[in-house]
Design a protein around this ligand. Sequence first.
Ligand SMILES: Nc1ncnc2c1ncn2[C@@H]1O[C@H](COP(=O)(O)OP(=O)(O)OP(=O)(O)O)[C@@H](O)[C@H]1O
Ligand SMILES: Nc1ncnc2c1ncn2[C@@H]1O[C@H](COP(=O)(O)OP(=O)(O)OP(=O)(O)O)[C@@H](O)[C@H]1O
Ligand SMILES: [Mg+2]
Ligand SMILES: [Mg+2]
Lengths: 256, 256
Amino acid sequence: KARVLAIANQKGGVGKTTTAINLATALAAIQKRALIIDLDPQGNASTGLGLGQEVRAINTYHVLMGEASLQDAIQPTDIPGLDIVSSGMDLSAAEIEMIDVERREYALRDAVRAATDDYDYVLIDCPPALGLLTVNALVAADAVLVPLQCEFFALEGISHLTKTVERIKGRFNPGLHIQGIVLTMYDKRNNLSDQVANDVREYFGDTVYKTVIPRNVRVSEAPSHGRPVLIYDINCAGAQAYLHLASELIHQERQM
Amino acid sequence: KARVLAIANQKGGVGKTTTAINLATALAAIQKRALIIDLDPQGNASTGLGLGQEVRAINTYHVLMGEASLQDAIQPTDIPGLDIVSSGMDLSAAEIEMIDVERREYALRDAVRAATDDYDYVLIDCPPALGLLTVNALVAADAVLVPLQCEFFALEGISHLTKTVERIKGRFNPGLHIQGIVLTMYDKRNNLSDQVANDVREYFGDTVYKTVIPRNVRVSEAPSHGRPVLIYDINCAGAQAYLHLASELIHQERQM
Ligand SMILES: Nc1ncnc2c1ncn2[C@@H]1O[C@H](COP(=O)(O)OP(=O)(O)OP(=O)(O)O)[C@@H](O)[C@H]1O
Ligand SMILES: Nc1ncnc2c1ncn2[C@@H]1O[C@H](COP(=O)(O)OP(=O)(O)OP(=O)(O)O)[C@@H](O)[C@H]1O
Ligand SMILES: [Mg+2]
Ligand SMILES: [Mg+2]
């Protein structure tokens, strides 16, 4: 049975999509079968893996609405061992359309349960909000991975996220917990990065991964080529950090 | 009568809050009376202007719900000539609570109309989504200011935003238009910044402001001191760019 991880943080631009794409690619590179579910109407994870708009006809929107099974919506990426359920603009209508639906919080969980025997990992890329889409991801997930940008505003929002995880755990998904916080866009030339990193480690202790993702321009160039940075430039600091993160995650799960 | 501008872009982390805070401060510095409305449940604009949680008892949530007038919720900031309507976590409940309300798209517009004789500018800081909160801002606004980070993913989302603006213009607010796009976090050492800037100028022409906001660490340090970068370090490149942006905006409006 697959391990389902929600990559979530309501603060925008902290590296959720970049972490989903590159962690999934790193897991595939070490022979784990991985699936990414793009739950963000922006569809950045789909674009970052090279899927054009023309191949997104059946996507996460249809799965949430019950118009397609997860199997129908799954398609391969250029990365061996990594599949994706893409997303598009129609997904932004889902939140309003699902308001009156029975069991609206369980739509994704029910769909994911049906298909998880084929994968070792399912990573869900969440939008920058705590609305019904992210709630669906938190209900479907075994645990949450939180990318945290080393910036002041990003630190401020973390308590809002932990409260939401507790609320979902209490009402819908008793096993839910924050499995790890990964520091992103760390810039060693900038004191602020250090201050934020120290604050986060002091408050969250071992929940913070030792692996820190550095700010690295190759990481932000890769999506314009439709490739994960692991493929675009395996030797750059960003790609190496994501490989380390994957092995740290696997190691962590062996201890659980 | 005040000019009402929505600072909007559904892509996360592109500089909406930073632009709202510093443009408003720059306008106040040139003797314009300015009001910021924090419409993001993260409350970053409120924090960036030094408002603690304890003073946010009456906020944008109460205005949208009709429980307080805009006047009740307005409070001064440390910046002479700049007031704010703060926000807090309760605002994230507003989107779901407003679904069944009559005229749910007009809640902010009706409230803002009642108080705009006291200001020259009202800037609305939007959350990173195109849900009911951002729709309220677009219905209340005379025009939209779009911060656009010089990164690939940020470019991808712009057509989704322009379509949404057209939709709101057609159904709720016939005068709405994109007044300007401001390029943010421009890094001259990085080719990607140049490529994105060139693409945007080619596609949007004069709608893109000449003023470009550079990536500048002082900008990201300022919020941890509860101050706009214009106060934290007036001489830094980021602060100077926001002053230029304010004068470019004023000059643009004289031509309209
Ligand atoms: N380590 C890094 N170094 C440099 N740039 C990065 C890094 N990680 C992410 N980026 C860039 O920063 C921007 C934000 O990252 P990303 O889009 O992954 O964040 P997100 O949290 O998914 O955003 P959103 O909240 O909009 O979904 C992107 O342009 C991305 O390419
Ligand atoms: N010109 C700049 N140079 C350096 N850092 C910047 C600049 N502008 C913004 N930042 C930093 O980048 C991060 C994102 O900016 P900001 O929070 O203003 O974006 P946003 O679009 O409001 O995000 P959200 O989508 O979460 O509301 C913040 O940590 C901010 O301090
Ligand atoms: Mg994303
Ligand atoms: Mg913001």
